[in-house]
Design a protein around this ligand. Sequence first.
Ligand code: NAI
Length: 308
Amino acid sequence: MTSSATVTLSPEALAAAPAISHVGVIGAGLMGNGIAHVCALAGLSVVLQDIKPEALAKAMETISRNMDRQIKAGTITQEEKAPALARITTSTELAAMAPADMVIEAVTEKEEVKRQVYKALIPHLKPSCLLASNTSSISITRLGASTDRPEKFIGMHFMNPVPVMKLVEIIRGIATDEPTFAAAVSLAERLNKTVVVAEDFPAFIVNRILVPMINEAVYALYEGVASVASIDTAMKLGANHRMGPLELADFIGLDTCLSIMQVLYEGLADSKYRPCPLLVKYVEAGWLGRKTGRGFYDYSHTPPKPTR
Ligand code: NAI
């Protein structure tokens, strides 16, 4: 099995790719708001859906604030902001996905939750609508098989924060057809992203490598090797990482990190992926990182204060 690092679509493949002008995004959390943001800036109509109305309100505030940052940084103009925001509508109802040419699902990293979303979503979709999951780790083949359209199902794994990070991993399930693949690649390119293709193995490329490193950092903390601040400083200055692993874990969300470790542990059946008990404990405590105000750092302090 091989994956090419660069993707070049043939004119025939491009011609066969369904056109996408209307995108649905399900889940308005960290990733959903970023995906809606970049799609709207690229001129696509976007409907953003979440079961929680407060998540939708927060997402629209975040998108507006992040666009202001981009204006300040000179990556977009002031004139682009209002029309982009106007291209996004929000809804708590899946029926709002009816006009979508492609739906990108970005709900909580739990297979059961995603399956339930697809089951409720499918009756509202056009038969031609493509379905992508932004899952960080779950099998695209298995998720696709739980829908009525495995051939139109694909993994599009955006990175956090979406407006800043250039990469999208694209993962075909075993049944994914070539027009769907070509449409996903074209969409990612339209969003100004660089595509890498990964085979459908647990956690794909980035998280297969990154999250076990984070888990190892939590083990180092758990075993008393060093404090939070020492571990993060060591990896920033010693490995030239932009963020320390524990700071990064808080940024990703500790629940998401734990779910990815569980998928690796179960999917690869190798004890080296055992989630660190301290990571489990933090998630059980509801200390999920930045999004809940506390994780390995306490974000009620400026700068955030290490908790161990
Ligand atoms: P999050 O916890 O910030 O947001 C998830 C959102 O889904 C919440 O707003 C929640 O209300 C909503 N939701 C839950 N059940 C729902 C349902 N039945 N219908 C509609 N909305 C529902 O999570 P985050 O971080 O945005 O992750 C979403 C997906 O993106 C996951 O699959 C995750 O693995 C993936 N991902 C996460 C990255 C990260 O750095 N956090 C990076 C790349 C992918």
